[in-house]
Design a protein around this ligand. Structure first.
Ligand code: KIV
Length: 292
């Protein structure tokens, strides 16, 4: 990645420059949505991960991940639900606050859960305000393109940055299942309309989930806001993965688009068994672990 000098990377509004890129850069302040916009202008790609607790988030923050999403995937990956549908705003507020407390540099995006914004813009504003005021997130995410543009517009006008999410939208699993979206001419045109609608409403970025790579590339070319792909091919501006999938903690099958960078399930399982065997065999604790 090209390292930019502070001067090259200076925001035009006079706010403090980020030294270097979004990833691999240094700074004494949090990443903002303005930094994200500047990255798109520079053609810089960036990584995003989910997190649901302070300790895991602190690892990602220290590793330089510029944007952390407190996704409602917490439903499946943290809270033990089968889908994201049952997740509540109280749960998202609690998890988001923990992630904010565990981080200093990453922009934290809190997900609005199912049922907390579908009634309309005013409900969306009430819910988003809780995530901003009580949890301290820097931005919120919500699902839906054309159907959510009024919600996005009011949040943005009220000073709350919004990341949109189109393509496969897991909160609609009961209506759409977990299927690739945007296949075929009509569906592709709808996805493009959705992408433009969220940009026009003021979203600062848009997640494209499970859409054909060529279509995601076209959306990325057409929009001036960054696209964040998950199962959307290599040409989006950013890539997001669910952390329990990419670090191998999720049990069972993970989607084809996931690359597993570690096998934490095996590492943790082996360590836990070693501890249990030490206890059963009387080899833990030893003298060095004892106080007198
Ligand atoms: O909830 C989530 O983790 C998400 C990502 C998959 C984008 O929405």
């Amino acid at each position: 990645m090209t390292q930019l000098s502070a001067a090259q990377n200076k925001p035009s509004d006079g706010s403090k420059a980020l030294y270097g890129g979004l990833y691999g850069g240094k700074g004494t302040r949090r990443i903002t949505v303005r930094d994200i916009a500047l990255a798109k202008e520079r053609g810089e790609k960036w990584p995003m991960l989910t997190a649901y607790d302070a300790m895991t988030a602190s690892v990602f923050d220290e590793a330089g991940i510029p944007v952390i999403l407190v996704g409602d995937s917490a439903g499946n990956c943290h809270l033990g639900y089968d889908t994201t549908v049952p997740v509540t705003l109280d749960e998202m507020t609690m998890l988001s606050a923990a992630v904010v407390r565990g981080t200093t540099r990453s922009l934290i995006v809190g997900d609005l859960p199912f049922g907390s914004y579908q009634e309309g813009p005013v409900q969306a504003l009430r819910s988003a305000t809780r995530l901003v005021k009580e949890a301290g997130v820097g931005a919120v995410k919500l699902e839906g393109g054309e159907r959510s543009h009024e919600q996005i517009r009011l949040l943005v006008e009220s000073g709350i940055p919004v990341m949109a999410h189109i393509g496969l939208t897991p909160q609609s699993v009961n209506a759409m299942g977990y299927r690739v979206q945007g296949r075929g001419e009509e569906a592709a045109q709808q996805l493009l309309r959705d992408a433009k609608a969220v940009q026009d409403a003021g979203a600062f970025a848009v997640v494209l989930e499970l859409v054909p790579a060529e279509l995601a590339a076209e959306v990325t070319r057409v929009l001036h806001i960054p696209t964040v792909g998950i199962g959307a091919g290599p040409e989006t501006d950013a890539q997001v993965l669910v952390w329990t999938d990419m670090l191998g903690l999720t049990s069972g099958r993970v989607p084809k688009f996931v690359k597993k960078y570690a096998n934490l399930r095996e590492v943790m399982g082996d360590a836990v068994k070693a501890f249990a065997e030490d206890v059963v065999g009387g080899t833990f604790p030893l003298e060095e672990h004892s106080v007198h």
